[in-house]
Design a protein around this ligand. Sequence first.
Ligand SMILES: Nc1ncnc2c1ncn2[C@@H]1O[C@H](COP(=O)(O)OP(=O)(O)OP(=O)(O)O)[C@@H](O)[C@H]1O
Length: 257
Amino acid sequence: MTTISAQSLDLTFHTGDGPVQALSDITLDVAEGEFVSFIGPSGCGKTTFLRCVAALETPTGGTLTVKGMTPDEARKARAYGYVFQAAGLYPWRTIGKNITLPLEIMGYSKSERQERMRRVLKLVELEKFANKYPWQLSGGMQQRASIARALSFDAEILLMDEPFGALDEIVRDRLNEELLALWKRTNKTTLFVTHSIPEAVYLSTKIVVMSPRPGRIADVIDSPLPRDRPLDIRDTPEFLAVAHRVREGLREGMEAA
Ligand SMILES: Nc1ncnc2c1ncn2[C@@H]1O[C@H](COP(=O)(O)OP(=O)(O)OP(=O)(O)O)[C@@H](O)[C@H]1O
């Protein structure tokens, strides 16, 4: 079943310096349970596309549906959770209270909030940290807490905008493995923005390679890799072949721009 469908999507920002075309003719279908990465140079519209899905931007052309609804209807139906590059946790609230905050706003009862908070902290293996404050956690743990918060209200779609961009490579590798395991357990449809070719290839069932000015799709790669992916799959010829195709797509996109 198609969860997200973009048909000939355009978005032009009108700025003081004239129009900026951020997205041009984006046509893409994302099936339920897929893990889709968006990769491309800075300014190619990756974040803008996610923001359109989240109803934070309004396209100026084309159509976009989320679970058969307009993005705004999907937002009201709480179809997605959003994870940003910075974990965005409130420093004065404990990890547990950061996670229950959106649930409180949504009107869940106290016992339901506690139950959900415990469940999602367990999913990201932070169950012992509910009473700690964000500054008592490492950057990677904070990002996991932020993922737990996005999962807490059972959104079917997870939107992740470079969630591991600020982390060192070893932590990032571990979080990639954990995210993959989490995705397999929860089967969430995931849209994931990254600048890293290995990260995109390791995580995704589909890789969308974008090119800049205006942001267009240069290539869409359906990954031939199995869903079970130990980290050392990155040394296999199949993995390297996909990585090569992504690199080619990025290069061709840059040359055409
Ligand atoms: N609110 C806005 N007003 C005007 N221009 C904008 C706005 N938001 C984004 N843009 C422009 O739209 C283009 C796409 O931006 P976007 O942030 O989506 O790119 P990106 O691929 O996510 O980049 P990065 O990898 O650096 O995060 C850029 O040229 C950006 O300057």
